[in-house]
Design a protein around this ligand. Structure first.
Ligand code: PLP
Length: 511
């Protein structure tokens, strides 16, 4: 142990004792205090509180971010073992969101999902999850050696969009495993989806718990649900055991900052802590952490009314869009399963009846009105509303959609073609030859596209959009999957995860 570390304990303790009652949120106060100390910084980062910050960036963003960027100093805290302001901030977040414990994350919800799955699955364990889960769930299975047991969510072909997972699908998956003499180590559900569709977490958690199985909910897109009575219920309030939220997506913290919430006693908190320690950086950016704390503070001042204005704005905008010819809005009636809630702040706009793909509509709207959606799909595009959405933004949106509708209808007055999009379900069939982990570490070879059918996929191929994994390492490559991927590519989609995004070659396992 070096002198700094030996001294560290005392300094941290001293800083804790010295901390004064303040109105600032704990971590915002801590970074402010740290700057005021005006110390000689013989510590990392090397820009030394902005003294050597690269000037081209300082010219653009100013010196403030550099000034507040420091290492784990006594007046800040220890990221892995917080005892000071970080601990206070995390406790306050746990209280606000309704968790027994909350961890602040600086590597996004991606890292929270990895840690959550690793904290309940050991090598050889089975995880029940929807086939359209975020790529981080597959990465987690590669890391911990768990086996996937997939639930196929309902898929609306006309929109090219998947729905949620139903309680009966979860029940059936658990019972089928039990009939084989196996018990799932956990269930992993994404709710809401990217398009805002919520699953019935309350019923799903009851089913899981009646079998003694923990439930992880990827609530990356739903961190705001707690803050308005007309929002869907939060996963924590519906009985989920671990919930991971991208605070940066709809709430207002910096990109990369997320929270992992724990509830109940089905999950070993020490193991969650250990997994997070293994996966997260040892040099956290305190600005990211402070932004989580500041966001929590803002929400807690006004938890029931903060979203009133944007909720009202969304109602008005939907009303206006509903009157624009041949432009449609995704809603719960687009799915035959009984999903009872959609995120009111997520709006998916269909342009199929204008004869346009989502990409074409995006190009027009971006050029003519500067509209930038969150997600562009083959048949639609998706907009994220938040506290930062203004009336001027929504006016631009409505006028852009009117422009699209009027101009396109004039041009195509004679023949109105209906855009059919992609006629295949991306994940209709799954044949696994080996686990994602075995495939990930197996010897690989590249084969020509035509020769890949029937081989064991060695890479993760995820069209973006719509962001649904079509091939996961370990799965047999089918003609159906390849036809779907080619269609997506031809329509302008990008194939994420593929070594060759043009798909002339595919990486397969060389067993
Ligand atoms: C459903 C879902 N889960 C998890 C993630 C990962 O979140 P993050 O970007 O915070 O790592 C995403 C990212 O878009 C997502 O859409």
């Amino acid at each position: 142990m070096g002198p700094r570390e030996q001294e560290g304990t005392t300094l941290f303790d001293q800083a804790k004792v010295k901390r004064k009652e303040t109105k600032l949120p704990p971590l915002v106060n801590a970074i402010t205090t740290s700057v005021k100390k005006n110390s000689a910084p013989f510590h990392f980062p090397g820009h030394k509180r902005g003294m050597a910050a690269p000037s081209s960036l300082v010219d653009v963003i100013g010196n403030g971010p550099f000034l507040h960027d420091a290492t784990e100093l006594p007046e800040l805290d220890r990221f892995a073992y917080p005892t000071g302001p970080l601990l206070d901030a995390q406790k306050m977040a746990a209280d606000l969101f309704g968790a027994s414990q909350t961890w602040f994350l600086v590597c996004g919800t991606t890292c929270g999902i990895l840690a959550a799955i690793m904290s309940i699955c050991s090598p050889g364990d089975t995880l029940i999850l929807a086939r359209n889960s975020h790529v981080s769930a597959t990465s987690a299975m590669v890391l911990c050696g768990a086996l996937p047991n997939y639930i196929l969510p309902e898929y609306n072909l006309q929109w090219g969009i998947a729905g949620g997972v139903t309680p009966s699908q979860v029940k059936m998956a658990i019972e089928e495993l039990e009939q084989e003499g196996k018990k799932a180590a956990g269930v992993f559900i994404t709710s809401p989806t990217y398009n805002g569709v919520c699953s019935n977490i309350s019923e799903i958690s009851q089913i899981c718990h009646s079998h003694g199985i923990p439930l992880i909910v990827d609530e990356a897109h739903g961190a705001h649900f707690k803050f308005h009575p007309d929002m869907p219920k939060t996963a924590l309030s519906q009985g989920a055991d671990i919930v991971i939220q991208s605070t940066h997506k709809v709430l207002c913290s910096f990109s990369q900052s997320s929270m992992l919430h724990l509830s109940g006693d089905l999950i070993d908190r020490d193991r969650v802590h250990k997994c997070l320690q293994s996966l997260q950086t040892t040099s956290p950016n305190w600005l990211l952490l402070a932004s989580l704390d500041a966001t929590r503070d803002e929400l807690s001042k006004n938890p029931n009314t903060l979203f009133n204005e944007v909720m009202e704005l969304v109602i008005q905008v939907k009303e206006l869009i509903n009157h624009i010819p041949r432009v449609s809005l995704l809603d719960l009636s687009c799915f035959s399963n009984n999903f009872s809630f959609m995120d009111p702040l997520r709006m998916t706009i269909g342009v199929q009846e204008l004869g346009l793909s989502g990409f074409e509509a995006y190009n027009i709207l971006s050029t003519s009105h500067g509209i930038e959606p969150e997600l562009i799909g083959t048949q639609s595009f998706t907009l994220a509303f938040s506290l930062g959405t203004t009336k001027e933004h929504t006016q631009r949106l409505v006028s852009g959609l009117k422009y699209l509708s009027i101009n396109f209808l004039q041009e195509e007055r004679e023949i109105i073609k209906i855009y059919h999009g992609i006629e295949r379900v991306p994940f209709g069939e799954v044949y696994m030859s080996c686990t994602p982990r075995e495939a990930f570490f197996a010897k690989k070879k590249k084969v020509n596209f035509e020769k890949s059918i029937g081989e064991v996929c060695g890479e993760f191929i995820c069209p973006f959009p719509p962001g649904i994994p079509v091939l996961i390492p370990g799965e047999i490559i089918t003609k159906r999957a390849m036809d779907y991927l080619i269609q997506v590519k031809d329509q302008g989609g990008f194939l994420k995860g593929a070594v060759d995004p043009l798909l002339s070659t595919v990486v397969v396992c060389d067993f």
